[in-house]
Ligand binder design. Structure first.
Ligand code: WQD
Length: 343
């Protein structure tokens, strides 16, 4: 039987490359579009080494409407799309909101227009727990109110979900699933692909591993006066491979017409909250490396605590995260060591 082809936009990136591996592992053909603005083709090498298959790859910017339409004339057998391509640095979005609104909204609009024109019915959208802001109730469910976004980045995710629902309302052939990620961390157990932030990492875990390997002098812990068990912020840290597998489940759901409505939303997290100091202590335990960190003032824009209610994804998708925080932090450390040692 002919394999079904899945388009992965942003597929040379962190979550995209891990998802390409899992799609290939269960028998899909994968084609990737990426503009390489925040990733390199090294991840294609990693995907090939892990799976034995090199995904097809097209390099262009999804904001270029003509190039997007041309793509679908060349690749006329796309069964479904996973749309990762977006700018995702919260701090950068505050400094450069227009780049975020143009990039994150135009790319989705171009994809949806092409889907309608070329009759591609299925899309899985990379959304985020940032749409919840600071939830009133924890763990947070998909029914929680969408609150005013804390950053232009978070606002683009909220607006993209609205673009999806409005477009689906207008075009009945379209079906979408939005996956609201919590904090993706860790790396593939092979250590052949992982998170590769360009420049100084904004996020906690790559900053931890870069400090441990000696690239960074000291980790700053932003605030220890929050109303949490040890005063530091609480997040739901989900292993990127578990997150990648959730995308495969969502794609299968659409391709097998198991979706109960044309727009579904799922929280993808572990369902557990961990403080920054939990993460640091876990890292030190599994790596044997003593981390040099300092407690400093809060980071503007941080919410105090958020973690997922994953009941909906567990029961309806039949998906549940498998990795412990120990395994997740060890995978991040193995990746950092492998990546730096091969340099
Ligand atoms: C986590 C905690 C920081 C760095 C991220 C992405 C966002 C979204 C959700 C996908 C916070 C603290 C961090 C450091 C620290 N992902 N921290 N020192 O802000 O929860 O959001 O995940 O949509 O795109 O930005 O993640 O890793 O930046 O911060 O103390 O050097 O670690 O204050 O409490 P965040 P993060």
């Amino acid at each position: 039987m002919k394999k079904q082809t899945v388009l992965v936009t942003g597929g040379t990136g962190y979550i995209g490359s891990h998802t390409a591996v899992e799609l290939i592992n269960v028998g899909y053909d994968v084609v990737i579009i990426d503009n390489l603005s925040n990733s390199t083709k090294d991840s294609l090498d990693g995907v090939e080494k892990i799976t034995g298959v090199r995904p097809l790859f097209e390099q262009f910017d999804l904001c270029d409407r003509e190039k997007v339409l041309d793509f679908f004339t060349k690749y006329n057998d796309i069964s479904a799309i996973i749309h990762f391509a977006a700018s995702k640095a919260v701090g950068e979005s505050v400094d450069n909101p227009l780049l975020y609104y143009r990039n994150n909204l135009s790319s989705l609009i171009n994809i949806l227009e092409a889907m309608s024109k070329y009759k591609v019915p299925n899309i899985v959208f990379s959304s985020s727990c940032t749409v919840y802001g600071q939830p009133e109730q924890l763990p947070v469910t998909e029914q929680a109110p969408i609150q005013k976004a804390m950053s232009p980045y978070g606002n683009t995710k909220q607006i993209c979900e609205e673009i999806l629902t409005d477009t689906i309302h207008a075009i009945s052939s379209l079906r979408a699933i939005s996956l609201r990620y919590f904090n993706p961390v860790g790396a593939h157990p092979s250590a052949l692909i992982g998170e590769l932030p360009i420049g100084v990492p904004a996020n906690l875990v790559p900053f931890i591993t870069q400090t441990a390997i000696g690239l960074r002098q000291e980790l700053k812990v932003f605030g220890n006066d929050y109303n949490t068990p040890d005063g530091t912020c609480v997040r739901d840290y989900i292993h990127v491979v578990d997150l990648a597998k959730a995308h495969v489940v969502a794609i299968k759901r659409l391709l097998e017409n198991k979706n109960k409505s044309n727009y579904e939303v799922f929280n993808i997290g572990t369902g557990n909250g961990n403080t920054v100091l939990d993460v640091i202590n876990t890292f030190e335990k599994v790596s044997g490396v003593k981390l040099n960190y300092k407690l400093v003032d809060r980071r503007p824009g941080d919410i105090e605590k958020v973690w997922a209610d994953t009941t909906h994804a567990n029961h309806v998708l039949g998906w549940k995260s498998q990795s412990t925080l120990d395994e997740t932090m060890l995978s991040a450390w193995k990746w950092e060591q492998h990546y730096r040692n091969k340099k």
